[in-house]
Design a binder for this molecule. Structure first.
Ligand SMILES: C[S@@+](CC[C@H](N)C(=O)[O-])C[C@H]1O[C@@H](n2cnc3c(N)ncnc32)[C@H](O)[C@@H]1O
Length: 345
């Protein structure tokens, strides 16, 4: 995979500018529009993942999160698929989520991480997402993987595979996984009977979509047992941006990527502490080791049929693809950041 390095140039003022391509120029759209209401934004998030998840699967594979290339060697050799697993491993390291844990994977996408935790660590995982389509895809991918495991297993070592148990779990390796369509802002009520029973809450690149971040940390506190871990990876704005940096870099990302006002890393730490959680690891800012994701993604979307599909979805579709440039610009300027953090109850 080669990054579209030609598209990164230096402009006259010496700032790093990320240029458009001939294709993206055809779909130029004003960026940086404010979201109207938070409920309308949530509806658009659901619609976005319902419509785009098949494309995500084709473009990015089963993980809808950044890749992590920690070393020069990794940067030179690791594919984005390997780098996406590197990120999960980093999060495991920083959070000490252990084998066999009962995990709530919040904003689980199409279940890539949930399956990894079940199959590689024997965890019992409940993945929740606001998207109906993602639940459908997550179940399908899980059943396919379970069926493959069952086929590969020797007769003495048979795994159940395919079938969903009474609580909707599908066996995967030594673990099991299930997927539920749920607005995460309701997880406190939904899992009321499981309060204090989860060993870990995992949230990767989903919290930045949630309007009420404080509520998420309160709910995580509710569902975790004492000593339970919260593992978190997310997108942030940098501290102390001036208005111009905010308008140029952050607003187009919030607009195109369907995010309510973005937080800083310190904001998350403060909200988590207010909810009663203790800081365990980080914030570890890994922006420079994940930003390559968007160089790869920008080159992957240089495909006319994808822009035509985005166009058919209206302005949100186009703003989403145009935001890839804003992501690259934000990383290049240091105004947009990526970090992993862990907490303990
Ligand atoms: C960028 S994807 C990350 C997917 C996954 N965590 C991963 O790392 O591959 C963001 C996810 O957040 C979910 N999401 C956004 N808002 C949500 C909400 N209010 N409740 C539940 N899920 C939500 C989306 O449906 C999507 O699955």
């Amino acid at each position: 995979m080669t990054a579209d390095t030609d598209a990164t140039t230096r402009n006259g003022s010496g700032d790093t500018a990320i240029e458009s391509t001939d294709l993206s120029k055809q779909y130029d759209t004003p960026m940086g529009l404010a979201h109207t209401t938070m409920q309308a934004l949530k509806d658009r998030i659901k619609l976005h993942y319902d419509l785009a998840s098949d494309y995500y699967l084709n473009l990015w594979g089963e993980h809808i999160h950044h890749g992590y290339w920690a070393t020069e060697e990794s940067k030179a050799n690791d594919s984005k698929e390997v780098a996406q697993i590197n990120l999960i491993r980093l999060l495991l390291e920083i959070s000490s989520v252990s084998s066999g844990s009962r995990v709530l994977d919040v904003g689980c996408g199409i279940g890539g991480t949930s399956r990894f935790l079940a199959s590689q660590l024997g965890c019992t995982v409940t993945g929740i997402t606001i998207s109906t389509k993602q639940v459908e895809l997550a179940k399908r991918l899980t059943k396919t993987e379970a069926a493959k495991d069952a086929k590969d297993a020797t007769t003495d070592d048979k795994v159940e595979g395919e079938e969903e148990g009474p609580e909707g779990y599908i066996r995967l390796g030594k673990g099991k996984v299930r997927f539920i369509e749920l607005d995460a802002e309701k997880m406190g009520e939904f899992f009321a009977s499981d309060a204090g029973k989860f060993d870990a809450v995992w949230i990767s690149e989903a919290l930045s979509h949630f309007p009420n971040k404080a509520l998420f940390f309160q709910n995580a506190y509710k569902v975790l047992r004492d000593g339970g871990k919260l593992a978190l990876a997310d997108w942030f704005k940098n501290e102390g941006l001036d208005q111009k940096q905010f308008d140029d870099d952050i607003k187009p990302i919030e607009d195109g990527m369907l995010l309510p006002p973005m937080c800083t890393q310190a904001d998350y730490v403060n909200l988590a502490k207010e909810a009663g959680l203790k800081l365990l690891g980080g914030p570890k800012d890994i922006s420079k080791d994940v930003s390559k994701t968007w160089d790869i993604s920008w080159s992957l979307v240089q495909n006319p049929s994808l822009w035509a599909f985005a166009f058919s979805q209206g302005r949100d579709g186009i703003a989403f693809l145009q935001a890839f440039r804003a992501m690259r610009r934000g990383y290049a300027n240091g105004s947009f950041r990526y970090a992993v953090i862990s907490f303990e109850k």
